[in-house]
Design a protein around this ligand. Structure first.
Ligand SMILES: NC(=O)c1ccc[n+]([C@@H]2O[C@H](COP(=O)([O-])OP(=O)(O)OC[C@H]3O[C@@H](n4cnc5c(N)ncnc54)[C@H](OP(=O)(O)O)[C@@H]3O)[C@@H](O)[C@H]2O)c1
Length: 263
């Protein structure tokens, strides 16, 4: 593992209560970095906070919905008296996976609010001081969905593509200030959210990552942005960069039907 000390003394993990977010918390606490964990459900949030506090670091929690504009002020208020050297923006699964003509605009808007608006709000707040200090990290969690559109992931895939391009731009902007920016691209990962959504992890030939491995690999890749695809997904990423988009989209639709119930 790389030295995580330059990303301290405090890190904010938006979506830090479960799955990959909780594993980021464990890794960072193990390296002595104090944490501010954000999530909606107070139960898992406090449980994870207690687990990582036991590793000897200070932990603050903010129970807030990132789609609520007031969440940004709650988080920045909670960090007003500390130096944040790392922002991990992990929250952002497809919370509204409807076909576009079957869904309601406010539902699609909430996917945009979570993955774009709140992500930009927190990144803007923390990246400026990191640039002034000449150190820090911004790790945005992305998805293979950001490389192809499908009927139930047109908005989700779009916001994840936005995150990747934004990360590339911010990386180009901040690299000369030693602020590391990384879009960490995940494939299918066995998180509690996906288990609750009933994802079929047994599709033949599909690679499934474990949250602890993803968090470890992501933090190791942080100094080498702007984009890192979690290992095991190399073949898929190559396919999704194909120029025959009709063939790719039609094939991905079939995979989505096997993967997600009612897709
Ligand atoms: N799991 C996969 O197969 C997979 C594949 C590709 C990419 N990804 C990406 O990996 C990241 C993590 O995904 P995940 O599967 O763990 O699901 P997730 O629903 O994004 O949950 C991750 C964390 O975010 C919190 N969270 C979710 N929505 C929130 C909101 N509106 N406000 C505040 N906190 C919120 C969750 O706690 P609460 O529910 O209590 O709020 C949890 O701590 C996402 O960015 C996702 O796009 C995941």
């Amino acid at each position: 593992m790389n030295d995580l000390t330059p990303y301290g003394p405090w890190a904010v993990i938006a979506g830090g209560s479960e799955g990959v977010g909780a594993e980021f918390a464990r890794e960072l606490a193990g390296a002595g970095i104090n944490l501010v964990l954000v999530a909606r459900k107070p139960g898992p949030l406090e449980e994870t906070a207690a687990t990582v506090r036991a590793l000897g670091v200070e932990v603050r929690t903010v129970a807030a919905d990132l789609t609520d504009p007031a969440a940004i002020a709650s988080i920045t208020t909670a960090t007003a008296d500390v130096e944040v050297g790392l922002l991990v923006y992990n929250a952002g699964a497809n919370s509204y996976g409807r076909r576009f003509t079957d869904g309601e605009l406010p539902g699609f808007q909430s996917v945009i609010d979570l993955n774009i608006t709140a992500m930009l709000g927190l990144t803007h707040h923390y990246a400026g001081p990191m640039k002034a200090r000449g150190r820090g990290g911004i790790l945005l969690v992305g998805s293979l969905a950001g490389y192809v559109g499908t009927s139930t992931e047109g908005i989700y895939g779009g916001v994840k593509a936005f995150g990747r391009i934004f990360a590339e731009g911010l990386w180009a902007e901040l690299r000369e200030y030693d602020v590391h920016v990384l879009e960490l691209v995940l494939g299918v990962t066995r998180t509690p959210a996906m288990e609750r959504a009933g994802l079929n992890f047994d599709v033949p030939g599909m690679h499934v990552s474990e949250p602890a491995d993803v968090a470890r690999e992501g933090l190791a890749a942080l100094p080498d942005g702007p984009v890192h695809v979690i290992s095991g997904n190399e073949r898929l990423i190559e396919m999704r960069c194909s120029t025959d988009r009709a063939r790719l989209v039609a094939g991905t639709e079939k995979v989505m039907r096997a993967l997600v119930p009612h897709a």
